[in-house]
Design a protein around this ligand. Structure first.
Ligand code: ZN
Length: 602
């Protein structure tokens, strides 16, 4: 029996969606409804039910009693015939994870707006997308991965279909007057919808570059997925019929969330290409990296996924120690595939990689938490960082990308360049393809067994050390066979970080790093610096003042902690924390250059 939903931007100015769900055959004992506590891909309990305002139930035109059972579950009194629950959702979260509505646009994830009638998880869903009332909304269109029902024109308001609730909540919807373009990649239709005022947007450049990127990714997983002779896919070059990029351009923002046939992105307006832009800018490369990351997830985590996510339990934390593979490998491939697609030069790629190394290795959190532990505790640590996070948490994204790098280089060197992490990804992919509906996910040892099966190498020690250990990989040794030098330089560009060991934000100390002069002197997050050796000091001029000091010098800092003025005596760090650089060794043997070309696809 089909579940029937309807959603309408009822009051854009007040950020309210009006939603109904109708169950034709409700549970005779009293139908339960629940709203997810989290959204897959973003591992934190968010309790979306807190944004539900006013909920009522009707059977025909008779009101039905509703009882709240816990924070996200409701029970309706038993009724005969169809049951409709109606509610408002407050949508004012400008992120890719929830819902946002104002007179300029609407965006929602199903996890924020669609109640699940418990027991009907497998039922097909129909959603009526109803336009807001008023002439100012006459031009609003629709972009989503949902399938339009017969009679509804894609891109317009009307009725859309999902196979089941899982698909319904995996297809975010954008409503508004976005810029739009469509392009084909290996015969598969792709679309991009860009919301937000973007002047002189170069849509042609964007679609050309995305085409190269998407094709590179499809060919990674299905190198023989197309029959070039007839141009008809054999199995299909991709696990979807269409793909939609939903991008929201804002003044300052960054984020993405992966879905089965779409992604929602938030990016800086300035990062998007403009007509007449000749070279690619660092901001544009950041945007392409984000698009690449989310697109790669279409395979890695939306299909190849931890057993712990099969199926998702949307009421509570779903623990796995493998996010280093699902987020870390994805973070490794996002930039690597830009390089292979020709959208990053070799030098740009190596610079990006070195900057990830610097970020990870400047923080002592990596010495205390493994990427497997970080994965498990994502829900309470990585996703809920506090002022001490750099000293206590390692990112399974960034360190996970370095684990992927170390593993990839180990596999390449260990098989005389015959096998690589690409083969491991394809092995995991074939497991998904072959299992069909019986796919049980990757169990907690599944990455190791796939890596061993794909390469014939014994990898238990290497992989355990990388993922359960906290030692830095030996990058100099790993990169040498590829003709790349790993170099260490002092990080002197930011004197307050290098010499004091603090990070400032909004005029306050945000982080105090382990073992730093600031930590030794007792400076804390939240302190407001006011003077350095008797001169007024703040975020704007601190680095200028510090430039006159040398490592080993003593100085005095004054800062407010809440309303109390404190004085700190400290001695500047004798050695600045390191920064890493990767450079191509021009004297490396030809075999190393060939290995590098194979790896980077140059
Ligand atoms: Zn990700």
């Amino acid at each position: 029996m089909t579940l029937r939903y309807a959603i309408r931007p009822a009051h854009p100015g007040a950020h309210l969606f009006h939603v109904t769900v109708t169950v034709d055959a409700p549970d005779p004992e009293g139908q339960l409804f629940m709203l997810p506590a989290w959204i897959p891909g973003s591992y934190m309990i968010r309790e979306f039910a807190r944004h539900i305002v006013r909920l009522t139930a009707l059977a025909g035109d008779k009101p039905v009693q509703v009882e709240k059972l816990d924070k996200h579950t409701w029970r309706c009194a038993p009724v005969k015939g169809a049951l409709t629950v109606a509610y408002e959702v407050y949508a004012w979260d400008l992120s890719v994870r929830a819902a946002h509505l104002d007179p300029t646009h609407g965006f929602f994830n199903g996890t924020s707006v669609f109640l699940l009638p418990i027991g009907h998880e497998g039922a097909p869903c129909r959603v009526d997308l109803i336009p807001p009332e008023g002439a100012r909304y006459a031009d609003w269109k629709v972009a989503t991965g949902l399938t339009p029902a017969r009679g509804t024109r894609r891109g317009h308001f009307g009725t859309y279909l999902a196979r089941d609730y899982d698909e319904l909540i995996d297809c975010p919807v954008e409503l508004g007057t976005f810029a739009h373009a469509a392009f084909d990649v290996l015969g598969v239709r792709h679309e991009i919808a860009i919301t937000g005022e973007v002047r002189r947007l170069d849509l042609a450049r964007l679609t050309t570059d995305l085409t190269r990127l998407c094709e590179t990714q499809m060919r990674l997983f299905e190198p023989r997925g197309t029959r070039p002779k007839r141009g008809v896919p054999a199995r299909g070059p991709a696990p979807f019929d269409r793909y939609t990029f939903l991008a929201h351009a804002v003044g300052d923002g960054y984020g993405g969330l992966e879905h089965r046939n779409s992604t929602a992105l938030i990016c800086k307006r300035d990062d998007l290409p403009y007509l007449g832009m000749k070279d690619s800018t660092a901001g544009y490369r950041t945007f392409l990296g984000l698009a690449s990351h989310e697109y790669f997830h279409t395979w890695n985590v939306k299909r190849i996924k931890p057993a712990a996510f099969v199926p998702y339990d949307l009421t509570r934390e779903n623990h796995t120690r493998l996010l280093w593979a699902f987020e870390g490998f994805t973070s490794y491939y996002d930039d690597l595939l830009l390089a292979r697609a020709g959208l990053l030069t070799e030098a740009q790629y190596l610079e990006t990689l070195a900057s990830t190394m610097t970020t990870v290795m400047q923080r002592s959190g990596r010495l205390k938490q493994s990427v497997a532990d970080s994965s498990f505790d994502a829900w309470i640590k990585y996703y809920r960082p506090d002022e001490n996070a750099p000293n206590s948490v390692v990112s399974y994204y960034q360190k996970g990308a370095l684990v992927a790098l170390a593993l990839d280089l180990t596999l390449r060197a260990g098989t005389r360049q015959r096998k690589s992490l690409d083969d491991v990804m394809r092995h995991l992919w074939r497991q998904w393809v072959e299992a069909g509906d019986d796919y049980a996910g990757v169990d907690e040892d599944g990455i190791l067994s796939a890596a061993e099966a794909a390469t014939g190498l014994a990898l238990a020690r290497t992989l355990t050390e990388l993922t359960e250990g906290t030692r830095d990989p030996d990058f100099a040794r790993l990169l040498a066979p590829f003709g790349i030098r790993f170099e260490t330089r002092p990080a002197l560009e930011s004197p307050h970080f290098a010499m004091l060991g603090i990070k400032l934000a909004d005029g306050k100390v945000q982080h105090v790093y382990d073992g730093s002069p600031a930590q030794q002197a007792g400076l804390s997050a939240g302190d407001v610096l006011v003077a350095l050796d008797g001169l007024r000091a703040g975020e704007a001029n601190l680095d200028k003042l510090l430039a006159r000091y040398r490592p080993g010098d003593a100085l005095q800092l004054h800062a407010f902690r809440r309303d109390a003025l404190l004085c700190f005596d400290l001695t500047l760090a004798a050695r600045a924390p390191p920064k890493f650089a990767l450079t191509v060794d021009p004297k490396a043997p030809k075999s190393a250059q060939a290995a590098r070309a194979r790896w980077l696809g140059a």
